[in-house]
Design a protein around this ligand. Structure first.
Ligand SMILES: Nc1ncnc2c1ncn2[C@@H]1O[C@H](COP(=O)(O)OP(=O)(O)OP(=O)(O)O)[C@@H](O)[C@H]1O
Length: 567
């Protein structure tokens, strides 16, 4: 039976006419070239669409038709026909042109999808890097103890590796400059001498590069020449487990990298290993997920969390139906990959829902090894689609997979009533009073919980630590290092840097603890109210009738009579 791609190819002239009509009737594309760089760093999940230009001879090579069905060598070349129109860059709007068939002939539906960003076929890799990694300040986030993840998703051959490799090289180019600049600022804030060598040494950076094939992870930095009967490389399997503290780490030593050149060498080595492995498996495309994890540790604040930047080039998404011609092993792989991708979708959607609802939503990170590897604080999903009309059905799958990740802005709510135990309810003034009491108590200027005399020197300018408009909720979103650096920059003569660092650590630690307790309290209240609703629904007349019917059915069955249970 002819595939939908072949059917599309045979109706190209009619489809081209329908596409031409749509192109003439639609409004001109807006904002594609010069949309401003928006530093909207507050969103937790950013979604981008990208399509690539058609490659020379690609349409013929991929969708070749036979002019004479009996003669396989009698082929006809196929000219490119667009299946995707990139309408706008920011927000990203893509339209997929999906062919169909009616009794009257071929039809063309135009399905519109929206994301935060859109990258059309003419957009260069540098622009993708600037609008994603730079605009979202992802390097600073990873150097400040945060976790950021960039994921490339899409059909085989749609350009995922092209995008991810370019981002990896650019991150290798810029990460150490960023680390040096941030190191300098932190050293200055601590009143230390700054020179090129000590600023560069503030951050310890290391990397691992894993390949996840089905359920099996291996280290891409370990060279291999052979594969086993299943097509897996003969590298040692890297176990991925969760420790008692709930941290998921692959059991693998990270390779320390001290410069851009070293990180670049590591990336090139891993990428060439991945290509070799793909060739050994007899595939040009990637059937595995490639995961680069860069870890940063701040040596000035050894107690602070390590930062992570995770770059995932996901295996080509293949529809299970399209894999029916493959052998069993390949079909198992497709099934396993799809399971991982579905779980990833559930996790990212749950995360997006939690960010917009500010409520508690269970995120099923543990359900698959792919998702165990990332519990990011910020995720950037780049969905890739093929430019060809023959791939439109697949493109709509990709775009509709990624579009629900978009977070909606949090629902506007009235201010929550003031609660001394819940810092999320504090105004700017209440936060400042609490901060003053904390610093005063640490300096033994007044008993714990009491406000100090106005105008007293607390060793720090509180108006700079908590500027007008800022609240405890804002401070709670800072990383420990950021809060300490902010206090050090606002230091007065009354305190030394060391003493202020210790006090600042105590203060932010207390605030984090109070926030965590308050959130847990809310979460428990939500769970209890859900249980109450379920309990109450068990006692409705309908529920009682349903249970009576179930009992009657069970009795009837045990008496050997047939009985239909209507629920
Ligand atoms: N934006 C682009 N501009 C020019 N060429 C591109 C672009 N994106 C991808 N390509 C080219 O398209 C081809 C397929 O791209 P790539 O290998 O990145 O796809 P992929 O989605 O990673 O495929 P697979 O899942 O099979 O690995 C490559 O030859 C690549 O150089």
């Amino acid at each position: 039976m002819a595939s939908s791609a072949t059917l599309t190819t045979t109706h190209l002239p009619q489809l081209r006419t329908l596409l031409h009509k749509w192109n003439q009737s639609r409004p001109a594309p807006t904002g594609f070239q010069n949309a401003p760089l928006d530093k909207n760093t507050s969103k937790e999940v950013i979604v981008a669409f990208r399509t690539r230009p058609p490659l020379p001879e690609e349409a013929t090579d991929k969708f070749q038709t036979h002019s004479d069905p009996k003669d396989a060598s009698a082929t006809q070349s196929v000219e490119f026909c667009a299946g995707i129109t990139a309408l706008s860059a920011d927000p990203g709007v893509f339209v997929a042109h999906v062919p169909g068939m009616k009794w009257s002939g071929p039809t063309l539906a135009h399905k519109r999808y929206e994301a935060d960003l859109g990258f059309g076929p003419d957009v260069e890799n540098e622009e993708v890097y600037q609008r994603t990694v730079v605009a979202q300040d992802i390097l600073t986030l990873a150097l400040s103890g945060g976790v950021a993840c960039i994921l490339a998703y899409g059909q085989t051959g749609s350009g995922k590796t092209f995008t991810m490799e370019s981002l990896e090289h650019r991150i290798a180019r810029d990460l150490f400059d960023h680390a040096r600049a941030l190191g300098e600022r932190l050293l200055l804030a601590q009143g230390r001498m700054v020179d090129a060598s000590n600023a560069a040494g503030v951050f310890e950076i290391s990397a691992i590069f894993l390949e996840l094939m089905g359920k099996r992870a291996s280290d891409l930095l370990e060279a291999t020449e052979t594969v086993d009967a299943q097509g897996n490389s003969l590298r040692a399997e890297v176990p991925i487990r969760e420790d008692n503290a709930g941290n998921v780490q692959p059991r693998l030593m990270s390779t320390p990298v001290r410069s851009s050149a070293e990180l670049e060498t590591l990336i090139r080595k891993a990428l060439s290993e991945r290509r070799t492995a793909a060739t050994l498996r007899n595939t040009a495309g990637s059937r595995s997920h490639a995961i680069l994890t860069i870890t940063t540790k701040n040596t000035l604040f050894p107690y602070a969390n390590e930062g992570q930047l995770i770059l995932m080039d996901l295996a080509g998404s293949e529809r299970y139906e399209d894999s029916k011609d493959h052998d069993k092993q390949r079909m198992d792989e497709v099934r396993e990959n799809n399971k991982g991708l579905m779980n990833l979708k559930e996790c990212v959607c749950a995360k997006a829902k939690m960010a917009s609802d500010d409520g508690f939503v269970h995120i099923p990170w543990r359900a698959h090894k792919l998702t165990m590897l990332l519990k990011p604080s910020k995720a950037l999903v780049i969905a890739h689609v093929s430019p060809h009309i023959q791939d439109s059905v697949h493109s709509t799958n990709t775009l509709s997979y990624a579009a629900p990740f978009m977070t909606v802005p949090p629902k506007p709510r009235g201010p929550a009533p003031y609660d001394t135990e819940d810092p999320r309810t504090w105004t700017h003034a209440q936060t400042t009073v609490w901060l003053a009491a904390q610093f005063a108590a640490a300096l033994h200027l007044c008993p714990v919980g009491f406000a100090p005399e106005p105008g007293i020197d607390l060793g720090v300018e509180l108006s700079a630590v908590c500027p007008p408009g800022a609240t405890a909720a804002h401070l709670g979103r800072l990383y420990t290092t950021e809060f300490v650096a902010r206090c050090l920059a606002a230091r007065t003569e009354a305190l030394s840097e060391e003493r202020l660092t210790d006090i600042a650590l105590d203060v932010i630690g207390t605030l984090f603890h109070m926030l965590m307790v308050a959130k847990n309290r809310t979460r428990r209240a939500i769970m209890e109210s859900r249980t109450r609703v379920t309990d109450m629904s068990l006692h409705t007349p309908q529920a009682t009738a349903r249970r009576a019917a179930q009992v009657a059915a069970a009795r009837a069955q045990s008496q050997g009579r047939r009985f239909r249970l209507v629920i």
